[in-house]
Design a protein around this ligand. Structure first.
Ligand code: 13P
Length: 283
C-alpha cells in the first residue's frame, strides 16, 4: 500500500471512527471555502474534482491551486480525482502528483472492471498515488456519467474486486444516488457493515440529501470517505442568485466573499456531522 495524504487521512479517520468529507470543488472559491470550513473545525478533508473540471482547467493548474490553498494549514488536505473513465486523464493526474484517483469502470462487466482498475492501480501505486474503485451502479447524474437505475453491489463480488485490483478505497453501490433525492433512499446498510469490517476504506457516494442520522449510521458501520458534490453547487448557485438581486452589493470582492461564506457554512455543517461534533447540520 502506498503512503500518502489520502491514505493517511483515511487511516486517521478509521482510528477515530469518523467520516472524512470528500468535497467536489469546481473553482478557487469553492476549493478555498471547503478547506476553510475544515480548518475552522480542525478536521482533515479530501478535495476532489470531476474529470470534466480537470479537462476544463488542466491537471497542473488544479494541482497548483490546491497546493497553494493547503499551504500552511493545520489540517491535512488531499487532492483526489473523482469518477474518471479515461485512463489517460487518470494517468496525467498521477504524473502531476495528485494524491489519489478514482477510476470508475463500474459500467463495464465485472472482469473488465477488474482488469481496467487493476491496470490503473499498478500505474498509480508505482508512483505513490492511491486509487479508489467502484462496483455496482450508483444512480443519478454526475456530469456526463448518468445512470437511471441503481444496482447494488454484491458482497462476495466486492471482496473479490478489492483483492484482485488491490485498490486503496472501495465505492460499492449501496442505493445512494448522485444529485437530488426524489424520496428517502433505501440503503444497503448490511453491505456497508460487512465491508466496514475489512481493511479497505468504504466510500459513500451521493452524499447530498442524506439525513444526519443516515450519515451517522453509515459512518458507525464503517463508511469513511463521504462524497459531497451537489450541496456545494447548490449553495454556490443559490447565493449568487440572491446576490445578483441585491443592489447594495456592487463590488466583486464583496460578492465573492459572500458566496465563499455561504459555501463554507454548508460544507462545515456536514463536516461537523461526519466527525461526530454535532448531531445535525449547523445545529
Ligand atoms: P452528490 O452530488 O449527491 O453529493 O454526490 C457526490 C458524489 O458522490 C461525487 O462522486
Amino acid at each position: 500500500m502506498v503512503e500518502n495524504r489520502f491514505i493517511k487521512i483515511l487511516q486517521q479517520a478509521d482510528e477515530k471512527k469518523i467520516g472524512v468529507g470528500a468535497i467536489n470543488i469546481f473553482n478557487y472559491i469553492t476549493a478555498d471555502a471547503a478547506v476553510n470550513a475544515a480548518e475552522e473545525i480542525g478536521v482533515n478533508i479530501i478535495i476532489q474534482t470531476s474529470a470534466g473540471t480537470v479537462e476544463h482547467y488542466g491537471a497542473i493548474k488544479l494541482y497548483n491551486m490546491i497546493n497553494d490553498i493547503r499551504k500552511g494549514r493545520n489540517i491535512e488536505v488531499a487532492l483526489h480525482l473523482d469518477h474518471c473513465r479515461d485512463m489517460e486523464l487518470g494517468k496525467l493526474c498521477v504524473d502531476v502528483g495528485w494524491d489519489s484517483i478514482m477510476m470508475d469502470f463500474s459500467h463495464l462487466p465485472f472482469e473488465e472492471n477488474v482488469s481496467a482498475t487493476r491496470e490503473m492501480a499498478i500505474y498509480a501505486h508505482e508512483r505513490g498515488v492511491a486509487i479508489e474503485g467502484e462496483i455496482g451502479v450508483v444512480a443519478g447524474v454526475e456530469e456526463d456519467i448518468v445512470a437511471d437505475e441503481a444496482i447494488n453491489a454484491n458482497y462476495e463480488e466486492t471482496i473479490q474486486f478489492i483483492e484482485r485490483t488491490e485498490i486503496d478505497a472501495i465505492a460499492p453501490a449501496i442505493g445512494t444516488a448522485h444529485g437530488v433525492y426524489k424520496g428517502v433512499p433505501e440503503l444497503n446498510f448490511t453491505l456497508v457493515e460487512q465491508l466496514g469490517k475489512g481493511n479497505t476504506p468504504v466510500v459513500i457516494h451521493g452524499g447530498t440529501g442524506l439525513s444526519a442520522d443516515v450519515f451517522r449510521k453509515l459512518i458507525e458501520l464503517g463508511g469513511r470517505k463521504i462524497n459531497i458534490s451537489t450541496l456545494v453547487k447548490n449553495a454556490y448557485m443559490k447565493k449568487i442568485m440572491q446576490l445578483v438581486k441585491n443592489e447594495n452589493i456592487n463590488s466583486p470582492i464583496s460578492f465573492d466573499k459572500e458566496v465563499s461564506k455561504a459555501v463554507s457554512e454548508a460544507i462545515r455543517g456536514h463536516l461537523e456531522v461526519f466527525s461526530g461534533m454535532k448531531h445535525d447540520f449547523g445545529v
